[in-house]
Design a protein around this ligand. Structure first.
Ligand SMILES: C[S@@+](CC[C@H](N)C(=O)[O-])C[C@H]1O[C@@H](n2cnc3c(N)ncnc32)[C@H](O)[C@@H]1O
Length: 213
């Protein structure tokens, strides 16, 4: 996890300046997410980066705890939140397993573009389950690089990943298909109530899942 924090700290400033690759897909899943949030909800976002999505959703809930393993991402996020005068986002530098995120569970836990980066996804999903109230929601979006819908030219590029990781140009990434992700989410104790791929290729799996009581 130390390595992950060091990688994301190093690229945080550049990441903050980057633009969203597929704006229609982002807007669609943002709107779908908004449709599930209630003004009285307390939400947790894990792997929030520089809080761009938390800022979009802050007006739809009572409070968002926006967390990330990279303290540099959190520092940039704090600046953005202060600049906008938003008072209901609490930024926390913490790994998903950090007790600072619990023990009191949340109405909604969100994880956008992070599940492919964690070491042991079934264990991370079990942790997420503990962070969601009974009947509460887990909302996520995850690139599924082990899926057959990943185009050939991207597959060829991905062969360079181990080398890029070695020289510090890429994070540690896990490859799995969409079906396996769905299966892990169900096995962790969630019922999937909405699913789709936005964009379709390479698939970024959008899931809304309710914690089974
Ligand atoms: C690809 S970025 C996504 C950021 C943001 N969610 C977005 O969609 O723009 C992945 C983020 O996950 C964070 N991250 C990676 N592993 C993590 C972990 N185990 N716990 C918490 N955050 C983690 C990184 O620091 C980084 O900010």
């Amino acid at each position: 996890m130390k390595n992950a924090a060091a990688f994301w700290d190093r690229i945080a400033t550049r990441y903050a300046r980057s633009t969203i690759a597929d704006m229609p897909a982002y807007t669609h899943t943002l709107e779908r997410t908004r449709s599930y949030l209630k003004p009285e909800d307390r939400a947790l976002e894990i792997g929030c980066g520089t809080a761009s999505t938390a800022l979009e959703l802050a007006g739809n809930v009572t409070e968002i705890v926006a967390s990330d393993v990279s303290s540099k991402m959190i520092e940039i996020g704090r600046g953005k939140v202060a600049d906008r005068g938003i008072t209901n986002i609490r930024l926390v530098a913490a790994d998903l397993c950090d007790p600072a995120l619990g023990p009191s569970p949340y109405d909604v836990v969100m994880a956008f573009n992070i599940l492919h980066l964690v070491d042991d996804l079934p264990a991370s999903l079990a942790r997420i389950r503990d962070l969601v109230k009974p009947g509460g929601l887990f909302i996520s979006k995850t690139i599924c690089l082990g899926d057959e819908r990943v185009p050939l030219k991207i597959r060829l590029f991905l062969k360079l990943l181990p080398l890029m990781r070695l020289v510090g140009l890429a994070p540690d990434v896990r490859f799995f298909p969409v079906d396996q992700l769905d299966g892990w989410v169900r096995a962790a104790g969630f019922e999937i109530i909405e699913a789709g791929n936005f964009p379709a290729s390479p698939p970024r799996r959008y899931l809304v899942a309710r914690k089974v009581q």
